[in-house]
Design a protein around this ligand. Structure first.
Ligand SMILES: [Zn+2]
Ligand SMILES: [Zn+2]
Length: 188
């Protein structure tokens, strides 16, 4: 494991937070499990008012690395959570900082739902993290191949059009192909 990368992904956004908001960070550093996002969401309903007020109230933009997992399957394996036959996958990012983040389905995260090759990758997500949750709204999706961050997009060879989802080309309705291009030289 590349500890520098983990530190960057993990400490980067915390370090920039003003001192007044550090206490919220301390709260979040309780032993975390994949389901913490959900657990936090539920717990916040019953939590004392001052504890809720203690949390960062702002939406934060974070950059996180990790792998996509199905929260339902993970919680089933870890804690015996019920897993119905033909369950609907609940995609989450198991980040290199040890925390699990539930992914919201949106234009920029759509490839995770539609393309299993993307789910199999190590990913670097730029996303909005919402107060009192571990829910991410993806704003930019990149992959990491052998330690090198890749620009990831879909491309139509005929129309020379890039897109962020693997759906058919908006112009010619033809198939698009997955492209990954290195953005940086590996540092180690
Ligand atoms: Zn699943
Ligand atoms: Zn096209």
């Amino acid at each position: 494991m590349n500890t520098a990368l983990i530190r960057a992904a993990c400490g980067g956004d915390e370090a920039k937070a003003p001192a007044s908001r550090r206490s919220a960070g301390a709260l979040q550093s309780l032993p975390s499990v994949v389901g913490l996002g959900l657990a936090t969401l539920l717990a916040s309903c019953a939590a004392p008012v001052e504890r809720v007020a203690d949390r960062a109230e702002e939406v934060r933009t974070v950059i996180l690395r990790g792998r996509v997992i199905c929260l339902a399957e993970e919680l089933h394996q870890r804690y015996g959570a019920e897993l119905p036959t033909n369950h609907e996958h609940v995609w989450a990012l198991q980040a290199s900082n040890g925390r699990g983040y539930t992914l919201l389905r949106s234009h920029f995260s759509e490839a995770i739902w539609l393309d299993e090759r993307v789910r199999a990758r190590e990913l670097e997500l730029k996303a909005r993290l919402f107060p009192g949750t571990q829910a991410l709204e993806v704003q930019r999706l990149r992959s990491v191949v052998r330690g090198v961050v890749q620009d990831l997009y879909y491309y139509c060879d005929i129309c020379h059009i890039q897109s962020v989802t693997p759906e058919q080309c908006a112009c010619c309705q033809g198939p698009v192909e997955l492209v990954e291009k290195p953005l940086e030289r590996r540092s180690d």
